[in-house]
Design a protein around this ligand. Structure first.
Ligand code: SPD
Length: 288
């Protein structure tokens, strides 16, 4: 089953046409899981230095080494930008990491979660319990199915929607298109916020610009935040945000000391700093 393009001589290399001519390699000790689901090739590795790693179709989704930076920022930026998030929808992210972070907000009363591939959930429960603990929260209701179809049926239902997609090749492709964003907007309550996986400013300029244009056309406010994630391509990834009211670039609520202590990456300071973009990116996003 193991794809020899990705695993060779005890190393996993993340080779993908979305980042041509480069590949992050991690030394692996053991292949813990290696199967094809109805949607994708799911692999879990025990790496030598980066803990357990989940890969889908040969692309790194997370390592235990740095997963916190992505999950915390994807969840806490939109949730703290909202003055009182009570209802939340999470699309994708069958590992449960975003759910774990959403669950830290006591004001959230209900979380709908929609994932297309239930094998990702079961594999994560088996091999990534530190993330899949997100599913233990009684406020979470799990729906297995196509996130785009799920959200299309919703109107005025959610304060915050988080889309934890894989890259725009394979099952995640539809999640980068305008009709999906139109559905997200319709599914929001007044003053709602969306946050979607926004790829890399360095490697995917066209994709970032396209997402920024879509959100600018549809939402009252739009912004793009940058996150450091050493094991993602180029060491960074972005969040594309749209808001029907609240300012996105600073928290609307105070974080209590107990919650701050549980986190490793997110803080009120990094919330604001994440929106300070390199000059080339500012120009790219200002001139759409
Ligand atoms: N290039 C990989 C982007 C992966 C984004 N989703 C990660 C899922 C973690 N919950």
């Amino acid at each position: 089953m193991t794809d020899t393009r990705h695993v060779k001589d005890g190393w996993f290399s993340e080779i993908c046409p979305m980042w041509p001519g480069m590949a992050l390699s991690l030394e692996i000790e053991k292949i813990l899981f290696d199967e094809k689901s109805a949607f994708q090739h799911i692999q879990v590795f025990e790496t030598r230095h980066h803990g357990t790693m989940l890969a889908l179709d040969g692309i790194i989704q997370l390592t235990q080494f740095d997963e916190f930076s992505y999950q915390e920022m994807m969840a806490h930026i939109p949730l703290f930008a909202h003055p009182k998030p009570e209802t939340v929808l999470v699309i994708g992210g069958g590992d449960g990491g975003i759910l774990r972070e959403v669950g830290r907000h006591a004001c959230v009363g209900a979380v709908d979660f929609c994932e297309i591939d239930d094998m990702v959930i079961s594999v994560s429960k088996q091999f990534l319990p530190d993330l899949a603990c997100g599913f233990d929260d009684p406020r979470v209701t799990v729906f297995i199915g196509d996130g785009a179809a799920f959200v299309k049926e919703k109107t005025g239902a959610y304060d915050v929607i988080i889309v934890d997609s894989s890259d725009p090749i394979g099952p995640g492709e539809v999640l980068f298109k305008k009709p999906f964003y139109e559905s997200l907007k319709t599914a929001l309550r007044p003053g709602g916020i969306i946050a979607t996986q926004g790829e890399s400013l360095f490697l995917h300029k066209d994709c970032v610009a396209n997402l920024a244009k879509i959100t600018r056309d549809l939402f009252t406010r739009q912004a793009y935040a940058c996150i450091m994630v050493p094991t993602y391509p180029g060491g960074n990834i972005g969040i594309c945000l749209g808001s029907l009211g609240p300012e996105l670039t600073r928290p609307a609520r105070k974080i209590d000391a107990g919650l701050q202590e549980q986190l490793k990456y997110y803080s009120p300071e990094i919330h604001k700093a994440a929106f300070a973009l390199p000059f080339f990116a500012r120009k790219l996003l200002e001139n759409l």
